[in-house]
Design a protein around this ligand. Structure first.
Ligand SMILES: C[S@@+](CC[C@H](N)C(=O)[O-])C[C@H]1O[C@@H](n2cnc3c(N)ncnc32)[C@H](O)[C@@H]1O
Length: 424
């Protein structure tokens, strides 16, 4: 019996667990089903063959005839999809191996039905061939042709962790597709805003926007020049080591008694505090209640309903200007101009107790400028930094009277930076 590597590779490998279960079953009950061969080539039963030869277990074979190698491939894939315990995403991914074959078949059929028409008469046919092949793949995988298109796009454009989740069935095909769709929507919106920003000649005098690395350039603001810092730094692990230089820079620019109010992720609060306390005093930990959504943080097994807001202070310890309620009702994240754009209205609940009109408020990591925009609305003087020039352009547009929704209403966020999925 011959093993044809190409035919063998058509099948998704068994997981370690599945392989062990099959091995135990064969060792206790023998090889119940016959292996299928085409001539002397094995076409079905590669795992059983491996186990049987390893342990010297007897097996039977039956012959199957195919006209072509292509037919053999089709049979292997269709047969496996029906038998294996695969998620819809895996079924499509697996069946997509037949796509080229079906496109070719459809092309040949078209050519015959048009009596071998000249290629120029078939201009629209390639798309139709693809659509037919797509529907055929859907039929084999037990999903619609549209779902097949979505899987193809996810495989091409989604981050690997999203693909893996879809493969495992932890998220649906539609949910995986939404990830890329949202990204494309966002990129288009950002491009529109950057274009519009070209028309902005002057900013109000109350606003200063700086394109640069705050951690390297903070001294241009001058010592003790800022009343309050309100910000939302990146949450990624790779950024964690920046909290110490960030706190050092904050201690330099803040006036004595000035507060630093920072949205932070849950997971690394301990390390963030360790670093920040080298230059600032801990004051309070407030909570921003998510608006309507609960995010699952799978790595910790938490249904998370709030975001921590860490409040640090440059000594001496003084109270805020007004009593401050430490549970802030979130108004929902807006994601029209930045992947991590925060809700604007909820910021009032921080601006009011911690700042007065005319105070200088700094956001060193402004993203789409949510803090800057609220500072402007509440008659504070605003300074914003961002290392990404596009963000600075978008904020220029936003504070010049434009808004970050170039078309359509604001969409509320569903996901948290730390969370891998969310539910309402
Ligand atoms: C989480 S986002 C802020 C999102 C913002 N809250 C909003 O509503 O759009 C963090 C931002 O910090 C910026 N950033 C990261 N490191 C920086 C640095 N060293 N200096 C200035 N900006 C930085 C990133 O470009 C990003 O836009």
């Amino acid at each position: 019996m011959r093993i044809d590597p190409e035919l063998k590779a058509l099948m998704p490998p068994l997981t370690e667990d599945e392989f062990k279960r099959l091995e135990t079953s064969i060792l206790t009950e023998g090889c119940r089903d016959a292996l299928v061969v085409w001539g002397d080539v094995l076409v079905d039963g590669h795992n059983r063959y491996e186990i049987c030869t390893k342990h010297g277990v007897k097996f039977e074979t039956i012959q199957k005839e195919f006209e072509t190698r292509e037919d053999a491939k089709k049979w292997i894939i269709t047969n496996q999809i029906g038998r294996r315990n695969l998620t819809p995403f895996q079924r499509v991914e697996f069946a997509l191996q037949l796509e080229e074959m079906y496109v070719e078949e459809a092309r040949r059929r078209q050519a015959t039905s048009t009596g071998g028409a000249a290629p120029q008469l078939r201009v629209n046919f390639p798309e139709a061939d693809k659509a037919r092949a797509r529907d055929k793949i859907g039929e084999i995988a037990g999903v619609s042709g549209k779902q097949v298109d979505k899987v193809k796009k996810v495989l091409l454009e989604a981050p690997e962790e999203v693909v893996e989740k879809a493969r495992k069935g932890e998220i649906s095909i539609n949910k995986a597709y939404d990830v890329i769709k949202k990204k494309t929507d966002l990129e288009e919106k950002r491009a529109i805003l950057i274009e519009k920003a070209k028309a902005v000649e002057m900013l109000p005098e109350t606003i200063r926007l700086i394109h640069g690395d705050f951690l390297a350039e903070y001294k241009q603001l001058g010592e003790c020049s800022v009343d309050c810092i309100i910000t939302d730094p990146p949450y990624v692990k790779e950024w964690l080591h920046n909290y110490e230089p960030f706190a050092r820079a904050a201690a330099y620019v803040l006036k004595p008694g000035g507060f630093l109010i920072s949205y932070v992720g849950h997971i690394h609060i301990d390390q963030i505090l360790d670093q920040m306390r080298q230059h600032l005093d801990y004051y309070w930990l407030a909570c921003l209640k998510h608006a309507g959504t609960i995010s699952a943080v799978h790595s910790r097994g938490v249904q998370c309903g709030y975001k921590p807001i860490l409040i640090m202070q440059k000594p001496p310890m003084t109270k805020p200007k007004r009593y401050f309620g430490d549970v802030i009702q979130g108004t929902g994240r807006e994601k029209d101009a930045h992947e991590w754009q925060q809700g604007e209205e909820e910021l009032r609940q921080l601006f009011e107790p911690f700042t007065d009109p005319g105070d200088v408020v700094l956001d060193p990591f402004m993203g789409s400028g949510t803090v800057i925009s609220m500072a402007q609305k509440m008659s504070r003087l605003a300074i914003g930094f961002d290392i990404d020039r596009d963000n600075v352009e978008i904020v220029r547009w936003r504070v010049s009277g434009g808004n970050t929704s170039p078309g359509g209403p604001v969409r509320w966020c569903e996901e948290d930076g730390e969370a891998s999925s969310s539910s309402t």
